[in-house]
Design a protein around this ligand. Structure first.
Ligand code: SF4
Length: 353
């Protein structure tokens, strides 16, 4: 399967998750779906954040942009009453001058109050940072599964299970005959769920086990190649629960900012050949010049077929202000914002859907 199809498969899984998650059960919590997120060790194709409803609404106070790890170090511990920042915050484990920079960044974003008392910088929170992330579900998309892809996948899923950074791990693959899929995936840890993706929908054919995210995890740093000449031993390191908690929050914050529709940010919807086509699962990008669903890596300014949308589209009666390219970006942004309750009210000047 080519990259084009993998990209489309990934978008279809994201669209399905946004509509149907959790499969076969009623949705009890709001969710946020994002793609291509993870840590320096592992990047997942699709991520689902299951959120606490009140917490998600309160998270909107901090705006649509993510809070990076430095900002989280400040905002999670900012006091309700004025206090010198070094009294209020736990020792960060890095120089305090970096903390001061984060405090000023937070103040510039309007999400933290600061004042000077003599030479001392004091801080006070505007809102308590909420506990909004309940569960994280990771989905590895492998549309075109053959024996060698299944072997590589088994090794990746073993790492996910050993680290237990996500509460659940799934594999999504092209549907077909269940027995064939089960045979291909027999070496994959039983903790991982399996989703069969068909044209008409997605069916879970193996349910996952919940992983214990509050326990220490194991990082598999190196493993023997499997060759009979390779006598090396596997190397492991441990991930403590605090590290895991921080990483989960950073992943959730990035998911909150980006969602899965952010592909348009790196593509060229301002090209005259770019369209969003309405397929059964939702909207997908389509290139009229290439007659296919183009990937983000192809759809760039360097694309040989790129042609800017004609100026007349922007000036003479084109129904969307700013031309179709801007209109597509706004449409996707509106759809993303609808999944972030409270955000529209906080950013009152922005468009809402
Ligand atoms: S021609 Fe190139 S830049 Fe234009 S929509 Fe197609 S892939 Fe994107």
């Amino acid at each position: 399967m080519d990259a084009d199809s993998e990209f489309v498969f990934e978008l279809r899984v994201c669209q399905w998750a946004e509509r149907e998650w959790p499969p076969g059960r009623q949705r009890r919590r709001p969710i946020i779906v994002a793609r291509q997120l993870g840590t320096q060790y592992r990047r997942w194709d699709t991520i689902i954040i299951e959120c606490d409803p009140d917490g998600l609404r309160e998270r909107a106070n901090f705006g649509s942009d993510r809070l990076d790890s430095d900002l989280l170090d400040v905002l999670r511990f900012a006091p309700a009453e004025w206090a010198w920042y070094q009294d209020a915050l736990p020792d960060p484990g890095y120089p305090w001058r970096y903390v001061r920079e984060s405090i000023h960044r937070a103040a510039d974003r309007g999400i933290l109050e600061t004042r000077k008392r003599g030479r001392r910088l004091e801080i006070r929170r505007k809102w308590a940072y909420p506990d909004w992330v309940e569960r994280i579900v990771a989905i590895e998309n492998k549309p075109d599964l053959d024996a060698s892809a299944a072997r590589a996948l088994a090794a990746q899923i073993e790492q996910d299970v050993a680290l237990a950074l996500a509460d659940e791990v799934w594999i999504a693959t092209e549907g077909g005959e269940n027995r064939r899929l089960r045979a291909l995936l027999e070496d994959v840890p039983v903790e991982a769920g399996i989703l069969a993706v068909e044209a008409g929908g997605v069916e879970p054919i193996w349910q996952p086990r919940s992983l214990v995210v509050s326990d220490p995890g194991t990082l598999i740093d190196e493993r023997p190649s499997g060759s009979e000449y390779d006598a090396s031993a596997a190397r492991f390191s441990y991930a403590d629960p605090d590290w895991k908690h921080d990483k989960r929050l950073e992943i959730a914050e990035r998911a909150y900012e980006r969602g899965w529709r952010s592909y348009a940010d790196t593509m060229r919807p301002d090209c005259r050949h770019f369209r969003l086509v309405d397929v059964e699962s939702g909207f997908l990008p389509y290139c009229d010049a290439k007659s296919c669903h183009q990937t983000a890596s192809v759809c760039r300014g360097a694309c040989g077929d790129f042609e800017p949308e004609p100026p007349v589209w922007r000036t003479e009666g084109w129904p969307i202000e700013g031309g179709p390219g801007s209109g597509i970006k706004r449409l996707l942004d509106r759809q993303r914002r609808r999944k972030r309750p409270g955000l529209a009210a906080v950013n009152s000047g922005d468009e809402t859907g």
